[in-house]
Design a binder for this molecule. Structure first.
Ligand code: URA
Length: 207
C-alpha cells in the first residue's frame, strides 16, 4: 500500500525543497521537518494500551505505546537526515544503517555497510530513503532487513517515482510505502522528474 501524505504543510515544505534556489541550511531543515510529518503518518497504526496514572487532578487510564519496539534504518547517506529527525519523536527506537553502491558492471546494488540492531526481528522497522527512484537500493535494503529477520517493514521516502514504487510492490508486496509525493517519471540518468535534484548533495552541500 502506498500512502501519499497530502497535508498542506508537507506539500508546502516539499515545494520549497524542490526550488533550486533553496540552500543547504534550509533544505536540510525542510527535509527534517517533512520527515517528522511523514513519520506522524507512518506511525499512525502503532499500538497503544491504557495505562493507569494520576494527573494533578484525578486518577485515570490513558493510552501509551505498546507492542513491538521500533527500529529506524537509514539507507546511506541521504536517509540519515530522516532517521536523525524521526528519532526525536521516538527516542527509544534503535537505529540501523545500510550502505549500498551500484556495481558499474552489473548495475546491481551491492552492500558495503550493514549495521542493524541485533533484535531487529522483534522490532517494527521504518526504512528511510528520501528518494525512491529506481527502487533498486530500497529493494536490496529491504531484502537485507528480511535476511536479518525483520517481518514488519515500512519504507518512508520524501519523493517517489512510479518506477520505484512498482519495483517495491513487485519485490516486497508486504512493505507499505509512505511518501510526500509521487512524481511523473525517472529521466535517463535515474533522476526523479520534476523531483528536487540529488537529495544527498542538497542535504550535505556536496555539489
Ligand atoms: N536520488 C536522488 O537524490 N535524486 C533523484 O532524483 C533520484 C535519486
Amino acid at each position: 500500500m502506498v500512502t501519499v501524505v497530502t497535508h498542506p504543510l508537507v506539500q508546502h515544505k516539499l515545494s520549497l525543497m524542490r526550488d533550486e534556489r533553496t540552500g543547504v541550511k534550509e533544505f536540510r531543515e525542510l527535509a527534517a521537518e517533512v520527515s517528522l510529518l511523514l513519520a506522524y503518518e507512518a506511525m499512525r497504526d502503532l499500538e497503544t494500551e491504557p495505562h493507569t496514572l494520576n494527573t494533578p487532578l484525578v486518577s485515570g487510564e490513558f493510552p501509551m505505546l505498546t507492542g513491538k519496539k521500533l527500529a529506524l534504518v537509514a539507507i546511506l547517506r541521504a536517509g540519515l537526515i530522516m532517521t536523525d529527525s524521526i528519532v526525536q519523536l521516538v527516542p527509544a527506537a534503535k537505529v540501523g544503517h545500510i550502505g549500498l553502491y551500484r556495481d558499474p558492471q552489473s548495475l546491481q546494488p551491492v552492500a558495503y555497510y550493514n549495521k542493524l540492531p541485533a533484535d531487529i526481528a522483534e522490532r517494527r522497522v521504518f526504512l528511510t530513503d528520501p528518494m525512491l527512484a529506481t527502487g533498486g537500493s530500497a529493494s536490496a535494503a529491504i531484502a537485507s532487513l528480511k535476511t536479518a529477520g525483520a517481518t514488519s517493514i515500512k519504507l518512508m521516502s520524501i519523493l517517489a517515482a512510479p518506477e520505484g514504487i512498482a519495483v517495491i510492490e513487485r519485490d516486497h508486496p508486504d512493505v507499505d510505502i509512505v511518501v510526500a509525493a509521487v512524481d511523473t517519471q525517472l529521466n535517463d540518468h535515474g533522476y526523479i522528474v520534476p523531483g528536487l535534484g540529488d537529495a544527498g548533495d542538497r542535504i550535505y552541500g556536496t555539489k
